[in-house]
Design a protein around this ligand. Structure first.
Ligand code: SAH
Length: 463
């Protein structure tokens, strides 16, 4: 860590004036910052060049006089003429903090890049050295924070007295954490029912030894960290414990708080490190201990994610839970190959199914679905791909139906295969390692599979 030449503070301007000397674009830029506050913003300039008409400011169109600084909390000088010089002298004589636009060595203070979630503010400052970097960082932080955070903070503040009567210490803290992070409270707030939701949450926390434990079932997407939702990212940073599957990439698991506990319950094929019952028991135990648990699953938690069993266990134990959707593998595969899984006059529907352990009744059903033009996305089917294709043909699907296979969808190292159901049934192609989606349906022929390896061995192709 270096040493700072400035000290970041939140400076009170309520009931006072912010005086901006100058009437051009630079003055307008500072105005946009100043009006984020409740201070009276006063523009003084003999020449008003920029358009201040829709700014809530007082425009004084005449030369600067010392009395303009009466009651001023801050002064900005954005005037390079005699008025600017007079304002600088006057501000210094009165000891009012001064910012001279674009002249760092004359400034008492700099203006940071501001993230405004009033009453919450986040300022990113670079002592005037790297405003571009400060703005980039602001954009990243902006993306992490809900736009409703300020309103949630006010809601939390409005509950202060009622909370103090019913919850103490860590329990009160957990309550406030829920208010400012729970997607449900946020939705209620947006609908104008924030107070009712906050009161209901207070009842819940105050009743029956509520521990504050919560489990978030979070979809981590197909394996690229930038396919994670902003909500998933935010909750990951709240979590005390991250419980993740093997398919969740390390970079996503790393997004958790530095001091969060991380537990891998990876169920790679053949290595069952945790049974589903053990995972259910684990998240229930953590929830009962009052932990905030991020249960990270590949893709979307509700699609072949055994979420049903985990939800059931949480419900039975009265542990609050929330579900955060993720990009499911089949949709990542569709994106990778520009395949519209529904398409006018071609595919009127899209079915997510598992090839693993399917019985013949199910296969007959899917054969009919694929024959009717709908797109099938088969999960967990790579090791039984040829067999599944043969069985679908056996149940009446045409061997000519297009097939596309995406291994490692949504990741840089993805691999594609294309052909027909007949080609897949013939086997003979060694498919790459990694999880795969098998698409079956006419819509596949409308995607871009030009990079794909052909499933049929070339000696079978007639030129
Ligand atoms: N909940 C997950 C699915 C878990 S089941 C989701 O919504 O995507 C595991 C199966 O998902 C794998 O056998 C494979 O068929 C598929 N899968 C998961 N990640 C994948 C990926 N990146 N590429 C292709 N298939 C994937």
């Amino acid at each position: 860590m270096g040493e700072l030449n400035t000290f970041p503070v939140s400076y009170k301007v309520e009931g006072r004036r912010i005086v901006i000397v100058g009437g051009g674009e630079e003055a307008l830029n500072k105005t946009r910052l100043a009006i984020k506050t409740t201070a009276e913003v006063v523009i003084v300039s003999r020449q008003i060049e920029a358009d201040f008409s829709d700014q809530p400011v007082t425009v004084v169109a005449r030369p600067f006089t010392e009395s303009d600084l009466e009651g001023a909390a801050l002064v900005f000088v954005a005037d390079h003429g005699p008025d600017g010089d007079a304002a600088k002298l006057a501000a210094r004589a009165r000891g009012i903090p001064l910012n001279v636009v674009d002249v760092p060595h004359e400034c008492d203070f700099y203006t940071p890049a501001i993230i405004d979630r009033a009453p919450l503010s986040i300022a990113i400052a670079s002592e005037g050295d790297a405003p571009v970097l400060a703005r980039l960082i602001r954009a990243r932080i902006e993306a992490m924070l809900s736009p409703n955070l300020g309103a949630l903070a006010r809601l939390a503040g409005s509950m202060r007295h009622r909370v103090a009567e019913r919850l103490q210490g860590a329990r009160a803290r957990r309550y406030y954490e829920e208010i400012v992070t729970s997607p449900e409270i946020e939705v209620a707030l947006v609908r104008g029912q924030g107070t009712a939701a906050a009161e209901a949450a207070l009842d819940r926390h105050a009743d029956a030894g509520e521990t504050g434990g919560v489990v978030w079932l979070i979809g981590a997407g197909p394996g690229s960290e930038d396919l994670l939702t902003l909500r998933a990212q935010r909750l990951l940073q709240e979590a005390d414990v991250v419980v993740h599957d093997a398919l969740v990439p390390a970079a996503v698991v790393e997004m958790g708080r530095r001091d969060a506990e991380r537990i891998s319950v990876g169920k790679r094929k053949g290595h069952h490190s945790f049974t589903q019952a053990e995972i259910n028991a684990l998240i229930v135990r953590l929830g009962l201990e009052g932990k905030r648990v991020a249960r990270l699953k590949g893709g979307d938690p509700m699609v072949f994610g055994r979420a049903g069993e985990e939800i059931d266990a949480l419900r039975r134990n009265g542990i609050p839970f929330h579900i955060v959707p993720g990009v499911t593998a089949a949709l990542a595969a569709a994106a990778d190959t520009a395949t519209p899984v529904t398409l006018r006059n071609v595919s009127t529907g899209f079915v997510l199914a598992t090839a693993h352990g399917a019985n013949s009744g199910e296969l007959r059903h899917w054969a009919a679905i694929a024959s009717a033009g709908l797109t099938l996305a088969l999960y967990m089917g790579k090791s039984v791909a040829a067999e599944t294709a043969s069985r679908l043909i056996g149940e009446g699907a045409s061997p000519a139906i297009p097939v596309g296979l995406v291994v490692q969808a949504g990741r840089k190292d993805r691999l594609l295969y294309r052909g027909t159901l007949g080609d897949l049934a013939a086997g003979g192609v060694d498919l790459a390692d990694g999880p795969a989606i098998i698409f079956v349906g006419e819509s596949i022929a409308h995607g871009d599979w030009s990079e794909a390896i052909a499933l049929a061995r070339s000696e079978f192709r007639v030129a």
